[in-house]
Ligand binder design. Structure first.
Ligand code: GLV
Ligand code: MN
Length: 195
């Protein structure tokens, strides 16, 4: 989904003082082999929240070599019952490979149709660009999924924190009306997402 590149590579200078769409290139004299390799072998820390999951990104911020190449990856780790909660990527289609575990993958279309399947190692899924999706470990051991994106920076819109954890907070009069619940319900959810 990203624009085509006009040169072989453009390893990002993440600290450049100018601001452009993407990042400026580091001079070739400051690029070496190690820039083009990235380690996703390590399990992420899954116990920092009740989600029991962890996303390790290999996007342009973590892996500057993907700058201008229209591609990136994540490693997603799941402890038992772990959930990568409903979210969408405004700038990319996502394709994922289940490497360990039994993973329920679901997404909802703009016509509100829900598609899902439980995948096991070796199976892949695709999430069309921009659609809300999740993965949940429904097996009896840990899970690992590698995801890939046709963007160097797919962006993540997390349903929960976007609506209930923004700073400053979205007004209760909007959320109570939208979700047809009272202030107590909205405040309770907001309190869990720091807004
Ligand atoms: C999974 O949905 C991911 O965004 O890596
Ligand atoms: Mn995703």
């Amino acid at each position: 989904a990203d624009p085509d590149s006009l040169q072989d590579f453009c390893v990002a200078d993440l600290n450049a003082s100018i601001s452009i769409n993407g990042f400026p290139c580091r001079p070739a004299s400051k690029v070496n082999a190690s820039d083009f390799f990235f380690d996703l072998s390590k399990e992420g820390v899954t116990n920092t929240s009740n989600l029991n999951s962890s996303v390790t990104p290999a996007n342009v911020l973590a892996f500057p070599a993907v700058n201008t190449l229209g591609i990136s990856m994540n490693r997603v780790d799941f402890d038992l019952g772990g959930l990568n909660p409903p979210h969408s990527h405004p700038r990319a289609t996502e394709m994922g490979l289940v490497v360990e575990g039994s993973i329920l993958v679901g997404f909802v279309t703009t016509s509100n149709v829900y598609y899902s399947k439980v995948l096991t190692p070796g199976e892949v899924f695709v999430i069309p660009r921009g659609l809300v999706h999740f993965q949940k470990n429904v097996g009896n051991k840990k899970g690992i999924v590698f995801t890939s994106f046709n963007s160097q920076m797919p962006g993540v819109v997390l349903a929960s924190t976007t609506l209930f954890g923004s700073q400053p907070p979205m007004p209760n009069e909007v959320l109570t009306q939208a979700f047809q619940v009272d202030d107590a319900v909205v405040n309770s959810i907001k309190s869990k997402f720091g807004s």
